[in-house]
Design a binder for this molecule. Sequence first.
Ligand code: ATP
Ligand SMILES: Nc1nc2c(ncn2[C@@H]2O[C@H](COP(=O)(O)O)[C@@H](O)[C@H]2O)c(=O)[nH]1
Length: 298
Amino acid sequence: MPRVTPPDVDRAAAARAAVAARRARAAVKQSVAARERRALDVAESAWAGEPTAPEATLRVRELLMSIPSLGPTRADRVMALLGIAGSKRVGGLGVRQRTKLRDYLLGREGRGQLPTSRLVVLAGPTAVGKGTVSRYIREHYPNVLLSISATTRPPRAGEVDGEHYYFVSDAEFDDMIARGEFLEWATVHNAWRYGTPRPPIDAALADGRSVLLEIDLQGARAVRGAMPEALLVFLLPPSWEELVRRLVGRGTESPEEQARRLETAKVELRAQDEFDVKIVNREVGQAAAEVVELLAVP
Ligand SMILES: Nc1ncnc2c1ncn2[C@@H]1O[C@H](COP(=O)(O)OP(=O)(O)OP(=O)(O)O)[C@@H](O)[C@H]1O
Ligand SMILES: Nc1nc2c(ncn2[C@@H]2O[C@H](COP(=O)(O)O)[C@@H](O)[C@H]2O)c(=O)[nH]1
């Protein structure tokens, strides 16, 4: 039997402590995984059983908070991202919300495979400030990847090709459609065509980087169809009167065009509940910060 000298005793104790710590960490991990699995089981049995069953009457917030790493703040944030109101009960969720919650809980189970990036789509009525908020993000958050659309509209003063848009001819736009290069495209305000090039988005997401698109309502709907995992954000004005003030104050449209856009805006505002998250653009910096926060995967 080898003699154990004092330094060896220290080393042996340290090794035993390290093994114990590893085991404790593994046990904690297992119990977290078990509680995540349990949260999913509770949700599934709520949806399979009676609406009055205890699982069904449980609030989604409480269900989420049964997961050890989710405190009240993170649970609220997850609910906002999933588009679930704070008061909702598990059994009261609609089909789409159930799918989102299920995907979220399933994603947590295999945390290793959970995506680290996200596609966020920012849309909203004309003149609400989509362009202004996007510009603010471009200037103040250089790490955010903003998709650059192609458009057949001519550049405005100060706009740079390849930075604000890819300014292309009608024929070039047709070619891009034919080559299947767009994630979505649309004719906006009955005037020019705009499209989101898909290859840079696929590359960024595969690389673990989130991407922000600032597009119109038709585009947002098309993205939802093509990539249901995208997060759709609707930018709202503080009031209808303020929206009119912004459109008229911008002074880039004729009175006839303003009237036409305001009619479209009424239709667009009615679509707000199709979106996962709503942000009111009261102050540009604040709205931009809220959008940027959504680009991080919780
Ligand atoms: N938070 C805000 N407070 C006050 N004015 C704002 C705010 N955000 C934007 N604006 C102003 O509102 C006007 C419209 O903004 P912007 O052009 O960004 O809208 P948009 O949603 O991109 O419009 P469109 O879809 O018609 O291109 C601009 O004059 C802009 O300076
Ligand atoms: N469907 C898409 N809409 C887009 C895209 N890029 C921009 N837009 C929207 O167009 C209008 C007008 O933009 P403007 O810069 O000419 O004022 C605005 O609502 C944008 O959100 C796109 O790729 N697809």
